[in-house]
Ligand binder design. Structure first.
Ligand code: ADP
Length: 170
């Protein structure tokens, strides 16, 4: 069984993340989305909230499982007998860090490979931080995050958006 892990903070999940999830789920038998419980960052959403949001937006993809993890990614991958790590590449700015990270992981766990999926062009500019900045000031985030979570992001900033187009179902 071919398994891969797509790790990240997903704070919150964006349409760019969802695009990588769908495309990588097509490449393997099982895709685990690993939500990082990182104490050194102070996230907008708790790890449980991030896991629940991801479960909601991926519920139509049968071979995806959402799990949280803390500690080393390679330990998490080994625990789940995963041979492949998936990361998304948006631009050259991602490249240096991602290359160093993947080489480090390779030293730590030579049996695990990292593969990179390029971003779909329409999401190349998109990041969780941009979503947060837009939402904080009441900007329209409907082109950035899945419909189901739009209101959760606004709620977190105490912003009341009542238009039905912008209100998700969760
Ligand atoms: P991290 O904190 O590990 O960078 P993120 O949640 O920001 O976690 O991102 C997780 C992964 O998704 C990373 O590989 C990142 O490069 C990728 N990613 C983020 N945004 C996009 C996007 N718009 N298109 C494609 N990949 C993306």
């Amino acid at each position: 069984m071919k398994k891969a892990i797509y790790p990240g903070s997903f704070d919150p999940v964006t349409l760019g993340h969802l695009d990588i999830i769908r495309r990588s789920a097509n490449l393997v038998d099982k895709l685990i989305v690993g939500v990082l419980n990182n104490n050194s960052k102070s996230p907008l959403f708790s790890v449980d909230e991030r896991v629940n949001m991801l479960k909601e937006v991926t519920k139509d993809i049968p071979n995806v499982e959402i799990l949280s993890f803390s500690g080393l990614l390679v330990d998490f991958a080994r625990q789940h007998e995963v041979q492949t790590i998936v990361r998304g590449l948006r631009a050259v700015t991602d490249f240096e860090y991602e290359l160093a990270m993947s080489q480090t992981n390779r030293v730590a766990a030579p049996e695990i490979d990292t593969i990179f999926l390029n971003t779909s062009l329409k999401y190349a500019y998109l990041s969780s931080s941009i979503v947060k900045e837009m939402a904080m000031y009441g900007g329209d985030i409907s082109k950035f995050v899945p419909a189901e979570i739009i209101h959760l992001v606004y709620d977190r900033y105490g912003i009341n958006k009542n238009s039905s187009k912008e209100k998700g179902e969760m």
